[in-house]
Every structure is written in C-alpha cells, then in structure tokens.
Design a binder for this molecule. Structure first.
Ligand code: B12
Length: 215
C-alpha cells in the first residue's frame, strides 16, 4: 500500500493547534479512503514523529507533544482492531514497555495481536529490567515483545537479554519503537531476535521465529 499520499501534514498541523475536531475529521477520512488500520498507524506515527522532532529542536512545547499524544490515543482507539474470536493459544506472549512511559505503540501492537487471535499478557509500562525479566520467567513466556521509545531504554534491552539467558531462558525477544525504527540494526546490537516496525506486521515475525526461522 502507498502511504506517501497520507494527509500527514494536515494532521500534524491539527495536532499542533490542539484542534481535536479537525484531527478527528482527518482520521475518519483517512480510514474511509484506505480501509486499513495500518494507514492510521502510519498517519499517527508520521505526525507524532514530526511533533517530537520539533520539540527536540525547541520549535514546539512539551504540552503540544503531550496533547498530540492524547488526541492520537483517543482518536485511534475507535479504530483499533477488536479481539479475534478464535484464540491461538500455542504461544505464550508477553508485552511491555521497558523503562519509559510511552505507551501508545505498545497498546497498538497489543490490540493488533489480540485481534489476530493471539492470547497475550500485558506487562504494563515503566518496567525495570528486573521486573520484565521476572515476569517473563514467572509466566514462562515464549515471545517477549519489548517496546521502548527512548534510546537509553532501548539500549537496556541488551541487559534484559543477558539476564534472561543467564537464567537459561530460551524466550524469543522482539523489539520495537522509535529507536528501532530510526536505526535498522539496533535490534542486533542489543541481541534481540527481531524487530518490528509496526503492529500489523509482528504476527508474521512471531510465526517465522516459531518455525525456527531467522529475521
Ligand atoms: C507522544 C510522546 C510523548 C507523550 C507520551 C504519551 C503516551 N501516553 O504514550 C509524553 C508527552 C508523555 C512524552 C513524554 C516524554 N518524552 Co516523548 N514522545 C512522544 C512522541 C512525540 C510520539 C510517541 C508516540 O506515541 N508515537 C506514536 C506511536 C503509535 O508510535 P510508536 O510508539 O513508535 O509505535 C509504533 C511502532 O514503533 C511499533 N512499535 C512500538 N513498540 C513496539 C514493540 C514491538 C515489539 C513491535 C514489534 C513494534 C512496536 O508499532 C507501533 C504502532 O505501529 C515521540 C516522538 C517519536 N519519534 O516517536 C517522543 C519521544 C519518544 N519522547 C522523547 C522524550 C525525550 C520524552 C521525555 C523525556 C520529555 C521530557 N523531558 O519530559 C518524556 C519522558 C516520559 C517517559 N519517562 O517515558 C524523545 C526520546 C528521545 C530519545 N532519543 O531518547 C522523543 C523521540 C521525542 C524527540 N524527538 O526528542 N512523550
């Protein structure tokens, strides 16, 4: 699908003006035209990426970043895929946000997988290395999905992997979030088994790894 024509500029401008009504109109139109949740993932990711970079450069305020995140969360909630009827219980999957509190991406990945019939446990956000390792071992997780939006948190995945391997865990670790989208080889540097650029593609990755394949 061609996402270059998405109204990202109009959407980011509505977000920066905290114009919820305009933002909602854009989301609705985008969904009707593209008929896919993936298009909304690209729309929100693209616009929020721009808002975040502008904040980094001192162009926008943190309140604009915050309100943009809140508006996106509210608007896409309505379109999030609903839970699947048939549950694939063969994999034990856990998902959590390591250290930081950026939870929107994790929520999307969780909903997309649940809609695809996967039964997964939400470990929450702001998790320490010890917490995520402990929960993974306790729940005998086969696939651990880690979301991180800040680079220091992304680098901590390496410690998570080390601690899990010390405990002889064979869990497969799939990572995602902005630092991994910006650096395509970061997942290898932190010794993860794979990365995922968005929620809609992660089920394929899980199935490849489950068959013993490599990403
Ligand atoms: C919204 C936002 C916030 C909101 C968060 C609201 C919330 N409830 O989540 C608020 C205002 C609270 C916030 C706070 C902060 N933020 Co902020 N924030 C953002 C922003 C603009 C967008 C994030 C977002 O929601 N994107 C939309 C979602 C849908 O995209 P996503 O998370 O990437 O997820 C998709 C994919 O990545 C993927 N994915 C995600 N996780 C996973 C996991 C797996 C397993 C897979 C397969 C896929 C996957 O699928 C998702 C859906 O398709 C980013 C900019 C950016 N480039 O991302 C900055 C950004 C992440 N924030 C940043 C910073 C610095 C902060 C603060 C420290 C600011 C401060 N000084 O207080 C705090 C820290 C809070 C904390 N401790 O966690 C920096 C991080 C910089 C860095 N290099 O580390 C960024 C990159 C902005 C910037 N350019 O500087 N932030």
């Amino acid at each position: 699908m061609d996402y270059t024509t998405l109204p990202i500029e109009a959407f980011q401008s509505a977000l920066l003006q905290i114009d919820r009504i305009k933002a909602e109109e854009i989301v609705e139109k985008c969904y009707l035209e593209n008929k896919s949740f993936e298009s909304l993932e690209h729309l929100t990711m693209g616009a929020l990426e721009y808002v975040g970079s502008g904040w980094e450069e001192g162009e926008f305020s943190l309140s604009q970043v915050y309100m943009s995140g809140v508006i996106c969360e509210e608007l896409i909630e309505k379109y999030m895929p609903k839970y699947g009827i048939k549950t694939k219980k063969e994999h034990r999957i856990g998902i959590g946000v390591l250290q930081d509190h950026h939870a929107l991406g994790k929520r999307i990945v969780y909903s997309v997988l649940r809609a695809g019939g996967y039964d997964l446990i939400d470990f929450g956000q702001g998790l320490s290395v010890e917490e995520i390792v402990g929960k993974t071992i306790d729940k005998q997780i086969d696939f651990l999905l880690i979301s991180t939006l800040m680079l220091p948190s992304a680098l901590q995945v390496k410690t998570v992997v080390e601690k899990l391997r010390e405990k002889k865990s064979t869990v497969k670790i799939i990572v995602g979030g902005a630092p991994f989208r910006l650096d395509n080889s970061l997942w290898k540097k932190v010794n993860a088994d794979a990365d995922g650029k968005n929620g809609t593609k992660v089920s394929k990755t899980i199935e490849i790894l489950a068959r013993g394949g490599k990403c």
